[in-house]
Write a protein that binds this ligand. Structure first.
Ligand code: SF4
Length: 257
């Protein structure tokens, strides 16, 4: 047990677990076991998993139980078969000692572990067992009420204030970049005006390979041709990577995929 761990390190509220192909980023298409924790320190207005942020749900489960489930599909045949990739997502998995412990337990059993995080909380690799740190820093387009569109889930604006204070923490992103040799930075883009914000973030970071910077069009359905074109152009001009959402293309916006 690491010194930071609380008595809650063996249990977490889990919104869903499922097996699918990874839909985003470098490991797109790789069969993976997903574990989505309920609970987030942010409230993105376009959050595509509100059941793990705005309205957290799901049972509290033991880490041991989750390890048993995740490793059930490992195949001993040939030593490398089955579902060998685990994606710990949310919500915000870096919030929870139990998710860090789950990452370590799975890594110790030979699984490749990805953490999907908004990159506002640092934990070192020795705590997480993480092989790929998938960061998704949040732009101003994520704030409830952004663009003058009120969010009925935040009538007093309290979450908008908290979200603005927390959504972008350059020292934490830098610490994650420094600590995890395999990482990616995925930015959800809504309009071309987001590009300047992304450039400003990248300019404050050291050691980021441009092809680890990914632009992902915002939306719960495949992007229009027009959107795809300007996002592609922006990537081509900067050496960044276009990030599709394969699961949306294959299955639509459906839970458990
Ligand atoms: S950080 Fe992720 S889980 Fe949390 S509100 Fe934003 S999109 Fe949803």
């Amino acid at each position: 047990m690491t010194p930071r761990e609380s008595p809650q390190s063996d249990r977490a509220r889990i919104a869903e677990t499922f097996i699918s192909v990874q839909g985003e980023g470098k490991l797109t298409g790789v069969p993976s076991w997903f574990c989505r924790v309920s609970g987030c320190n942010l409230r993105c207005t376009w959050c595509d998993t509100p059941y793990a942020s705005w309205n957290p749900e799901g049972p509290t489960r033991d880490v041991e139980d989750l390890v048993t489930e995740a490793t059930a599909r490992l195949s001993p045949v040939g030593g490398g078969g089955g579902v060998r990739h685990a994606v710990l997502t949310g919500g915000e998995p870096m919030l929870f000692d139990a998710m860090a412990r789950l990452g370590r337990e799975l890594a110790s059993r030979g699984m490749h572990v990805t953490f999907e995080t908004a990159a506002t909380i640092f934990r070192p690799p020795s705590e997480t067992g993480c092989s790929l740190m998938s960061m998704s820093p949040k732009l101003s387009n994520s704030t409830p009420g952004s663009g003058g569109v009120p969010d009925p889930r935040d009538p007093t604006g309290a979450w908008a204030t908290r979200h603005e204070q927390r959504r972008l923490d350059i020292p934490v992103i830098q610490a994650l970049v420094d600590a995890y040799p395999d990482r990616q930075l995925k930015f959800v883009v809504a309009t071309q005006s987001d590009l300047g914000e992304i450039e400003a973030v990248i300019s404050k970071l050291r050691g980021v390979d441009p092809c680890d910077v990914m632009l992902m069009p915002e939306g719960l359905s495949p992007p229009s041709r027009q959107t795809t074109n300007w996002v592609l152009d922006a990537c081509m001009a900067r050496g960044w990577r276009y990030c599709a959402r394969l699961h949306i293309e294959l299955f639509g916006n459906v839970r458990g995929t």
